[in-house]
Design a protein. Structure first.
Length: 497
């Protein structure tokens, strides 16, 4: 028998004994009056008045001393010590407590005091078993010195942490703080846009034609309609339909799905913030992005200066702005537009890039940029003015028809945002879609597909519009100093066990 199975067997025996004693190990509710933080914050008043408190939490440590026990319980706001004496709770209750294990959830009622070492503690007058856990938690050795927890044997197995996030959240309080901060970041972004007159909307997740990005979709089938549908890879084309319909400022936090590989920056399911503003161009959207993200840093972190993976990043505006092809030319010594298809392919191969015969020029330029320029963009940088081939939904540059008015924001070598002066000429948009379809015929599975209804919408007329997409997961990585996207998604996708 495996050691884990032996431990589970012992816990099941204790569960049976509790039931034999008349203890219900899975009751329906418990009324807590305080959280662990509230007890600590209100300690002076609670201790002087000897007011009773009720708390609920998970047992994280047990230290038995004959007829007494010290334990720490953990609730949603932290940990607090409890002290149980047999002569206070009674023999039967004390015997029941000794059948409990680390990981069990209990509710306690009692008064608060400080121990000789100064630790705020609840002296238990009565308790209730709220949940008997059957699986042991990973053993995490620690001790508390003052307000600091010193961890000696952390739960660091990445794969187990991602697969069993519920265990990760129990034993690693810092992980819970990452996801609290994620929620705060989203709240601040939402408030920023709301205050500037943007309307939050919802668009379809299941789409008859996927579009708005260059990616492979997930495919499903609707039985009643007998038709294939696609999980959205972007919500861009639907949000622009709303601009056509007369909404002038819209945004959406969307779950998007792309059937692609996984690495530290990519997960098949991710969160995107997209916003569109009528009568604006990409210069306006750059200003909006700069203002929004520096504001978010101030609100969430209290500063526009942060440290990501050991390097200081300064989000204080204004941010650097460079042209995409000029930045690439500085690194490779030639403007890619001056090279033939074959010369460009050889240049990519010389940098170790995997390019095939069917790959278009735009995609080769994009791969080359990602390889030689992007890793160097540590401080916030707007990279502007991309080749037409790489941006089929962006408006042609007003001064150079071979380029489009597009920017990407890079921080710490990560693409954080992507934005356009949106293409609103339906005839040009049709030509761009047709070129994408030719790329698909040559083998590019990520080329965009023709959306005839979107063309029809543009034919009704869309005003000049600036659009923005922000990778929320990557922004959270930046603000929480997390190295991988899996660290900021509660349940990332994993290979089967």
């Amino acid at each position: 028998m495996r050691p884990e199975d032996q431990l589970i067997g012992r816990r099941r025996e204790k569960l049976a004994k509790l039931r034999e004693m008349g203890v219900e190990p899975y009751p329906y509710r418990f009324q807590a009056t305080h959280t662990s933080r509230e007890v600590k914050d209100e300690f002076d008043a609670l201790s002087s008045a000897r007011d009773p408190v009720s708390l609920a939490g998970r047992i994280m440590s047990i230290r038995e001393h004959g007829k007494t026990c010290f334990s720490h319980i953990q609730d949603g706001e932290g940990r607090i010590q409890i002290y149980i004496r047999r002569d206070v709770v009674g023999n039967e209750a004390f015997s029941a407590f000794k059948l409990l294990d680390i990981g069990d959830i209990i509710g306690v009622r009692g008064t608060v005091f400080r121990t000789r070492t100064g630790e705020i503690t609840v002296e238990v007058r009565s308790f209730q078993v709220l949940c008997k856990s059957l699986r042991p938690l990973p053993v995490v050795k620690e001790k508390v010195e003052g307000d600091k927890r010193i961890i000696y044997d952390p739960f660091t197995d990445k794969e187990q942490r991602y697969r069993q996030r519920y265990v990760d959240l129990i034993v690693n309080p810092d992980v819970r703080e990452v996801f609290r901060r994620r929620t705060e970041i989203i709240r601040v972004l939402r408030e920023f846009l709301d205050e500037r007159g943007f309307l939050e909307v919802e668009t379809p997740v299941l789409q008859p034609v996927y579009g708005g990005a260059s990616a492979r979709p997930f495919v499903t089938h609707h039985n009643a309609l007998d038709m294939d549908l696609y999980l959205r890879i972007s919500n861009e084309l639907y949000l622009k339909r709303l601009i056509v319909g007369g909404f002038e400022k819209v945004y959406e936090f969307s779950k998007d799905f792309r059937n692609e590989g996984m690495d530290r920056l990519h997960n098949p399911e991710f969160t995107l913030l997209e916003a569109y503003q009528a009568y604006a161009d990409y210069h306006d959207i750059m200003d909006l992005t700069e203002d929004m993200l520096s504001h978010a840093a101030e609100e969430v972190l209290g500063t526009t200066k942060l440290v990501y993976q050991g390097t200081e990043v300064d989000l204080t505006p204004p941010w650097r702005r460079i042209r995409m092809l000029e930045a690439l030319e500085e690194e490779v010594g030639v403007d890619p537009r001056e090279l033939s298809d074959e010369a460009l392919r050889k240049l990519c191969l010389s940098h170790g890039l995997d390019v095939d015969g069917g790959m278009g020029r735009g995609k080769m330029v994009d791969k080359l940029f990602d390889e030689v320029v992007k890793p160097q963009l540590v401080q916030p940088t707007f990279v502007v003015d991309y080749p037409v081939e790489t941006s089929p939904l962006a408006k042609r540059h007003r001064d150079d028809p071979e380029l489009v008015e597009r920017f990407e924001l890079f921080v710490s070598g990560m693409e954080i945002a992507n934005a356009f002066s949106e293409l609103n000429d339906p005839e040009d948009q049709m030509r761009r879609f047709q070129e994408q379809m030719r790329l698909r015929e040559r083998g590019d599975e990520e080329a965009q597909v023709l959306d005839r209804d979107f063309i029809r919408a543009l034919e009704y007329g869309m005003p000049p519009t600036g659009g923005l997409g922000i990778g929320v997961d990557r922004l959270v990585m930046l603000f929480t100093d997390m190295p991988s996207i899996r660290d900021v998604i509660l349940f990332p996708h994993m290979r089967p066990e």
